[in-house]
Design a protein around this ligand. Sequence first.
Ligand code: DGJ
Length: 727
Amino acid sequence: MGNMITENGKTFYLRGKNYAYVMCVGKAEYLQHLYYGAAIRESDAVYLAEKVGSAQDALCADGGRDVCTNELWSEYPSYGRGDYHEPCVLIRRGDGAVMSRFRYLSYKIEKGAPNVEGLPHARAGDETLTVALKDDFSATEIYLHYIVRESSDVLVRYAEIRNTGREAVSLCRAFSFALDLPDHKFSLLRLHGNPTAERTPELSPLGHGVTKLQSLRGASSHQTNPFAALLGESVSEMAGECYGVQLLYSGSWSITAEVSNNDTLRLQGGINDTAFNWKLNAGETFVTPQVALSYSSEGLGGLSRGYADFLRECVIDPKRVLVERPVLVNNWEATYFDFSYEKLFPIIDEAANLGIDTFVLDDGWFGKRNWDDSSLGDWFLNTEKLPQGLTPLIERCKKNELKFGLWFEPEMISENSELYRAHPDWAIGKSGQLSIRGRHQLTLDFTRKEVVDYVFEAMRNILGENEISYVKWDMNRSMSEFYSNDLPAERQGEFTHRYILGVYDLAERLTTAFPDVFFEGCASGGGRFDAGMLYYFPQIWTSDNTDAYDRARIQWGTSYCYPVSAMSCHVSACPNHQTGRTIPFSTRGAIASLGATGYELDLSKLSDEEKHAVKEQIISYKKIQSLILNGDLFRLSNPFETDLFCEMLVSKDKSQAYVVCERLRAQPNGYKKDCFVRLFGLDEQKLYRIEESGITASGSVLVHFGVPVPHLYEYESFCWHIREMTT
Ligand code: DGJ
């Protein structure tokens, strides 16, 4: 059975690379959690079942069927039968009662990972354990799925809830997982933020009661990322125990951590249940989004590398994940809406001259769009601005051997658009009632198939009629008025989840219809940077903030749970349009090289020196492509805690590494902090050479002592290419 065993179908032991996860079925037939942490032996599962499982049974007295289950560590807790912590599932029956008691029914173990239609999911797994539970009171069954890979620290979970009765029930909550841990001596790490300051790490102690991270915006959001980590005492980048939770979901979500009066900790999460209500008719099944749980004993760095591998190996489209990323120039910050062939041709010509691969035309090419107050939904050419359409631009690119990319915002509608005039009810919100605008726009009702079909056809026409190799999929507002003019009253509570299913449907159809097109996600920068979107789009515009000081921090936070290959990072003009800061061109290039790199400025206005720098940056970037696509990231100096940002990418065989350092605050003479950086991640047995400085040293001294950081003035940086020396 490889990494799953069961003792008479009563004890389940799951084993990944460095962790074990154990559950058992107790005397009262509840599915009880026993252990999640560092790998223990199979035989220990029986010990745990005896010692922990039976102690819990005893708490439930007399087999526990008729006493409260508050002290039980439950794999999927329900409501109304004496467990007074937050439940995972709330089911309202036809008679109005909300009480469930799920008990063990059966299990099965299958090879591989299930294909979950319509939702992002782990595409690979060695084995999947499914445990079926049955409610004593409502005719519902729950199937808990656990997907394990022997080579991974990530355990994927999700649940299916099936109505096996004759009358409809309502799901008022249907989370993806629950995890009961025996103690709460962890700090909670969250990634909070704002547009232009996405994914800022924050660590806080866990107090008693419920701590809730969430988004109510219809998207995973800039404000909090659907990720959390529990850090044990004295966790560093390289050492210490931590657990991660990452939802494969892009809509409104929540993750809660509840410390009980007995000091146990329950972690759970999934679809946000505010106003959620899913009608489950007889015979129907509801599938929750998946969650990727992870355990690391190698600190936060180990947790991040485990997630990066998991996303690259199991989530991101295998046809696109390792594709060499185009180095592109995007015209947004060069021209905003005010462009013409005359303005764009010099950018294209210069791009070719500098070694750039792709030109991307951003917002403003369609309908009558000259500002952000019109035309969303009118996906046909703005012939006032571009009288001969896209063809002259595409031809110019072809002549210069560049590829052409195009911006869309598929989910939105402007009131000043032909689409809105024809279909005002396609906007979300109750017809006739004033809706809140975000960036002057309304959101299309993606719960309606006809709307998704319309957008698919419109985009298919543009992509089919023009030679387009790259699509930037933007989404520029948080949702409000969660209401469809098409759904019946009793299904309005399904709106937000149905909306995101519509987004996934369109993404699936387009990426399938255009297998050679490379897609980039975007939501006013990083407002929907999550594993759900990464399932469809291999990279995401990390932030609208391109200032290399702020970007160092944003990319640092983003790397806690996403690979650098997923982060789209551009060099832009200075003074920076978002912050007014001026940072050397070389530093802007260095920070942008830690991801899918590109340029976002008017190349034709660069000085000769800057043009030379672009050429050099691209040559150097192409040499590290394999590290960007598949390297391991080591975060060496924390820009939130020190005046130095430093990260290193190391090849899997540890023969090659790339280091980027930026001085964030000047250090006058005599100030001796951060003057050495330890190159964790190198092989201690190997000998290395730093190409730029000529330093040669053993891996062990570079890891345990480090290298002197050259003197840098404020915002200056350096990049090092490190190679194993072969004698
Ligand atoms: C927000 C994106 O983040 C920007 O890069 C740009 O595409 C604008 N939208 C265009 O409206």
